[in-house]
Design a protein. Structure first.
Length: 80
C-alpha cells in the first residue's frame, strides 16, 4: 500500500514503529482535542483509529491487565 496524507499505512509499519506512532498519537491527543481545528481533530481521530486497529489486528489475543477490566475497576472502587 502507498503512503497517504496521514503517514505510512499502519499495516506497513514494523512493530516497533507502530508502537512508537501509537505512543506519539496518544501523547498529542489531549492537546489536539482542546486546541486543534475540527479538521485537525478529525485527521487525528482517523489516524489514531487506523493505528489502534492495526495493533488490535496484530494482537487479537492480548491479555488485558486485571485492573483495566470492569471487574477490576469495581474491585478498585471497593478498596480503601
Amino acid at each position: 500500500m502507498a503512503e497517504h496524507d496521514g503517514g505510512v499505512a499502519p499495516e506497513q509499519l514494523a512493530e516497533g514503529l507502530l508502537l512508537k506512532e501509537l505512543e506519539a498519537i496518544h501523547r498529542t491527543r489531549h492537546e489536539t482535542l482542546l486546541h486543534g481545528s475540527e479538521d485537525a481533530l478529525r485527521t487525528h481521530t482517523q489516524r489514531m483509529t487506523e493505528l489502534e486497529g492495526e495493533y488490535l489486528r496484530r494482537h487479537p489475543d492480548r491479555a488485558p491487565v486485571a485492573g483495566r477490566t470492569r471487574s477490576g475497576a469495581r474491585a478498585r472502587g471497593t478498596e480503601g
